[in-house]
Design a protein around this ligand. Structure first.
Ligand code: WT7
Length: 660
């Protein structure tokens, strides 16, 4: 197996001949021509694409404004509307009766929504927002399950120029409260319950609890989509059901023509400090990259059935569910449920039933479905007809070569190229990725930059390193879909992404990377900051530490990641209690208590998998926690590092074993 995996990593998978001929970017020469065009006239390149791929109400005359870097502006004197570009444009082009969304509910019920219908629903809900006083520039928090309404709510905000901030349905009341408070949101759009894995899980109570925590005084309206019709508390004067809100509203709504730089959305993500950052995206530049990447990375064409399995609570769901595929006039699958219900063949059955042609998912899902197929052959992909597939995608974390090969052979039938797309909440869309008709694939590598993206690798002084040498992944030039700022904290934006040590002009992604010495292919080595990636979900170690120490029992906590076969990384917490260090059953009890506590403070995805108790944490004499030691302990490695600077070496023994 070991020899085989090494051999496999050296294997190269050339693009299928028909894609080299017919893909949107047909062949390596076409790719190189685009890159050369961008190299020669960077602004001219993006200006050409922005004119060709977006419908402008008022054309832009200025392409890039770098005067106030790193607060770059793109297409700033142009005006457009994102929802117009996703819906009206397609209806006007004769696609009104084309299916935009194939929504499959948790229980398997399928609803199809055409472009004409989606436009009407969006306009109606846009009018409902306006009727409640929501206007251009207002922030609206969306806390909805995967649903047609979720997409309508986002599109409706875009239509009236309101700035949405989607909060993933798995986040807690406290997280909703923090985001509403930080954004100063005027409305929340939520549902009574969400259906996942055969169970109805309440959502609205978390919103009530969030508002009850205080700090959400800006909220005037709570819209409640009745997904299940289950009992639901409604506050008179504040809360209104979705049905009541749209009743009697017109199905047309003149779009609000906004400046290209007008914020389309905020999306909170974890950083190195305890407080999540409100990543602010633009309207024009963001949509341009959503469209280009959907067309070039996925080759989305008129007859495709596109399926991105992400949730709209993450950026992948924004760019590759709500905006990209719709702005390209595509047909896409929207799935409410989970990959393991009613069994772990659900994804494969849905690909078969809906004849999906493009499938985009996360390595963590693939790894868990490999495991499921190994234990229960009845749910293996080979039991389903997956012949409709032509392109596969992967996102969120590095895909290990074994998982890549399984995905390629078992899901793609050895004929579908895998797009291993590297990008981030901050980048808006793909940054480093193969293109299906262009790039020879090497399992585990995200290959080459998207045309026009000036990615490279530098050392700690900001100097480019040679291929073959590791370093920090940076982007040398601003690009249209980049983060514009951190909401309410421009200084943090500057410090986090344009650090002075690198000269102040390089975008620092926060990942380590290396380029192959021969072909320049990029391999992502993982985060260089205190950010973990658990099942493709981004978590700040400080955020989890803050949640732990807010528990009255906890004196001190340090959180690190350790490798995990299924989730990529697992959260490991080292905890010092205020009382005595617990043992045996008592320790197990406290572990459970602290896991639930973190689940409640942040959300279940942030629950530490291991918790270890010590009377203290390993610290230097100056009081700094030695995290690299904790990382070794978490991995179960023998401590070979120099511990001479450690004040209290004896506690290492206490921290070797996970409690509970
Ligand atoms: C971080 C960004 C991109 C949308 C979902 C995650 C890691 C992302 C890859 C990939 C290796 C990847 C990076 C990045 N990451 N894609 N293809 N290969 N690592 O967005 O939550 O903002 O996380 O995810 O570490 O910095 P996010």
């Amino acid at each position: 197996m070991a020899i085989e995996s090494v051999l496999q990593e050296n294997r190269v998978f050339d693009p299928p001949a028909d894609l080299v001929k017919n893909a949107a970017v047909p062949g390596m020469e076409a790719y190189k021509a685009l890159c050369a065009e961008a190299d020669k006239d960077y602004e001219g390149y993006w200006a050409r694409l922005a004119k060709e791929h977006l419908v402008w109400k008022q054309p832009f005359t200025k392409t890039l404004n770098e005067a106030n870097y790193p607060f770059y502006k793109w297409f700033e004197d142009g005006k457009l509307n994102v929802s117009y570009n996703c819906l009206d444009k397609n209806v006007d082009a004769g696609l009104g009766d084309k299916v935009a969304l194939i929504f499959e509910a948790d229980d398997g019920k399928v609803t199809r929504v055409t472009y004409k219908e989606l436009l009407a629903k969006t306009c109606q809900f846009a009018n409902a927002l306006k009727a409640r006083g929501v206007k251009k520039g207002d922030r609206v928090v969306i806390y909805l399950p995967m649903s047609v309404e979720g997409i309508v709510a986002m599109q409706a905000c875009a239509r009236i120029g309101a700035i949405h901030s989607v909060v993933f349905g798995g986040f807690s009341a406290q997280s909703i409260r923090d985001r509403v408070n930080d954004a100063g949101a005027v409305a929340i759009i939520t549902a009574d319950e969400q259906c996942r894995g055969g169970k109805a899980i309440p959502l609205k109570p978390a919103v009530d609890e969030a508002i009850g925590l205080g700090g959400c005084e800006s909220i005037k309206t709570v819209f409640v989509y009745q997904r299940t019709g289950g009992a639901c508390n409604m506050v008179a004067g504040r809360d209104i059901t979705w049905a009541d809100a749209v009743a009697g509203q017109a199905t047309t709504c003149e779009p609000e023509w906004v400046e290209a730089e007008h914020p389309l959305f905020l999306l909170y993500t974890s950083g190195s400090t305890g407080k999540p950052k409100g990543v602010q995206h633009s309207s024009g530049g963001y949509l341009l990259h959503a469209i280009l990447t959907t067309k070039w990375t996925f080759d989305l064409k008129a007859n495709d059935v596109f399926w991105c399995t992400a949730d709209i609570g993450w950026v992948t769901g924004h760019t590759y569910i709500t905006y990209g595929p719709l702005a390209c006039g595509g047909t896409e699958i929207v799935f409410e449920g989970v990959p393991t219900y009613p069994d772990a063949g659900r994804f494969w059955k849905m690909i078969q039933d809906h004849k999906a042609t493009i499938f985009y998912t996360a390595p963590t899902a693939i790894r868990s479905l490999i495991k499921a197929a190994d234990t229960n052959p009845a749910v293996a992909p080979k039991n389903y007809d997956l012949s409709s597939l032509r392109i596969l995608g992967s996102v969120g974390e590095p895909i290990n070569p074994e998982a890549w090969m399984w995905y390629y052979n078992n899901v793609g039938g050895g004929k579908c190229p895998i797009m291993d797309t590297f990008w981030q909440t901050e980048t808006g869309g793909h940054m480093i990725t193969p293109l299906p008709g262009v790039t020879p694939l090497v399992p585990g590598s995200c290959t080459l930059p998207f045309p026009g993206i000036q990615a490279t690798i530098v050392d700690e002084t900001g100097t480019e390193v040679d291929w073959g040498k590791g370093g920090f992944l940076v982007v040398k030039k601003p690009w249209p879909s980049m983060i514009r700022t951190i909401w309410g904290d421009p200084d943090r934006f500057k410090k986090s992404y344009y650090p002075e040590d690198l000269g102040g002009k390089l975008y620092l992604a926060g990942d380590g990377a290396v380029r192959d010495a021969k072909n320049g292919y990029f391999t992502i080595m993982g985060r260089i900051d205190d950010v973990l990636n658990v099942s493709g979900h981004r978590m700040g170690t400080m955020e989890i530490e803050s949640a732990l120490v807010s528990n009255p029992k906890v004196a001190e906590a340090a959180v690190v990641g350790r490798p995990d076969d299924l989730t990529g990384e697992a959260i490991c917490a080292f905890v010092v209690l205020k009382g005595a260090r617990p043992n045996g059953d008592e320790a197990k009890k406290v572990v459970k208590e602290l896991q639930d506590w973190v689940g409640k403070e942040i959300g279940p995805i942030a629950k530490p998998k291991d918790i270890r108790f010590g009377e203290n944490l390993p610290k230097t004499r100056s009081g700094k926690i030695m995290r690299r030691l904790l990382r070794s302990l978490a991995k179960g490695e023998e401590i070979t590092q120099d511990v001479s600077t450690l004040e209290n070496p004896a506690i290492l023994d206490q921290l070797k074993q996970a409690a509970g």
